[in-house]
Write a protein that binds this ligand. Structure first.
Ligand code: PHB
Length: 363
């Protein structure tokens, strides 16, 4: 039984590949590499980041040459969108482990997503802001599907609750200089800036400009989805992000026995300083879903439709909390947590303080 995993392992988004594959490896260490009598072989491929033509070629090779039973991974939305038609053609399940644009599961009946839909994590952030005295927000997002999804979801939810969006800007995904944007935002005097950038070097320069241009001093709050303060970046963002509120489905500081076990095992495998973020959790959960499906089909993988049927409605306990793969949308129904950056035992951490329970991915 072969699973082809396509992820960025090089380039600015290389940490996505590392985090997700590490989560996969922790699951396989805990549960063994044989399920329902089938030995599982993982084949990892590097798509280098936003490079849909590479994704297409790698998926084609995995299907035709390697004869994989399933495809998995997909760090970025353009990767998942590029491969969706190949999942349909080959009738192979495609387990999306990060890419978050809302429309992805609708692009193929063979897609199941174990991460998030960006509007799902964004709406609770907008609700929290509206309830806590924030009246005027300026949005800044990366100009590609996930950024546009978050901008729209934040704007609609916030305006429906009486808030005002006083400005919005979409920046190229490759942009790494935010100083002029920050100056403009500061001049507009919002109560807060809401941002979405795919986590990476750009996030670090965004936060740096926020500070250097004096937005923090001016009392302009900074909000985002969990992407803003995820655990591989948080130390580089520094003490300046203490107090920052974000919304997300997983924090390494999540208070549950299963999460403590996950964190412990992860550090045992990858070292005491290993970073664990939401991508680590989605890699782990993707394998949990695959193992559960194989148990259900008695290890049979020849019928893609039967495999998909087995994914639908699957419920299990994840390090993030209880999750269900919604049978209709093939997206996760899960808790979305509000978190605040705090120093815990000397380390910066996203500490969950509230949650919206069982949020469906698609309204
Ligand atoms: C995406 O491209 O869909 C994406 C990338 C990074 C994230 C979330 C979504 O953290």
């Amino acid at each position: 039984m072969k699973i082809g995993v396509i992820l960025p392992f090089s380039g600015p988004y290389a940490p996505y590949g590392e985090q997700i594959s590490s989560g996969i490896k922790v699951y396989m260490k805990e549960h063994g590499d044989t399920v329902a009598g089938r030995k599982i072989e993982m084949i990892y491929k590097d798509d280098t980041g936003v490079a849909p033509e590479i994704d297409r070629r790698l998926a084609q090779e995995l299907i035709v040459t390697e004869k994989v039973d399933m495809l998995a991974g997909f760090g970025m939305t353009p990767s998942a969108l590029a491969v969706a038609p190949l999942a349909t053609q080959s009738k192979r399940p495609m387990i999306v482990m990060n890419a978050g644009s809302a429309t992805i599961p609708s692009r193929s009946p063979y897609i199941v997503r174990v991460s998030e839909s960006l509007p799902q994590v964004t709406r609770p952030m907008a609700q929290w802001a509206a309830k806590h005295g924030v009246k005027k927000v300026y949005t800044l997002v990366a100009d590609y599907a996930p950024g546009i999804d978050t901008e729209k979801a934040f704007t609609k939810t916030f305006e429906d609750l009486g808030g005002t969006i006083i400005g919005s800007v979409r920046v190229p995904v490759t942009n790494t200089d935010f100083s002029s944007y920050m100056q403009k935002i500061k001049d507009e005097k919002p109560d807060a800036v809401f941002m979405f950038l795919p986590p990476g070097p750009a996030t670090i320069s965004f936060v740096k400009s926020y500070k250097e241009r004096g937005l923090r001093k001016a009392g302009i709050q900074m909000f985002g989805t969990h992407d803003l303060t995820e655990e591989t970046l948080i130390d580089a963002l520094g003490d300046g992000v203490i107090g920052t509120i974000t919304s997300g489905y997983y924090s390494a500081a999540h208070d549950s026995d299963l999460n403590r076990k996950f964190v412990k095992e992860y550090k045992a495998m990858f070292g005491p300083d290993a970073k664990i973020n939401f991508m680590s959790a989605t890699g782990y959960d993707g394998m949990a879903a695959i193992y559960a499906v194989l148990e259900k089909t008695g290890g049979k993988t020849d019928d893609g439709d039967k495999l998909m049927q087995a994914f639908k409605g699957l419920s299990f306990e994840s390090p993030r909390g209880p999750v269900t793969i919604d049978a209709e949308t093939r997206d996760m129904t899960q808790n979305i947590y509000l978190r605040e950056v705090k120093r815990v035992d000397g380390q910066l951490a996203n500490v969950e303080f509230d949650k919206v329970a069982n949020v469906k991915a698609q309204p």
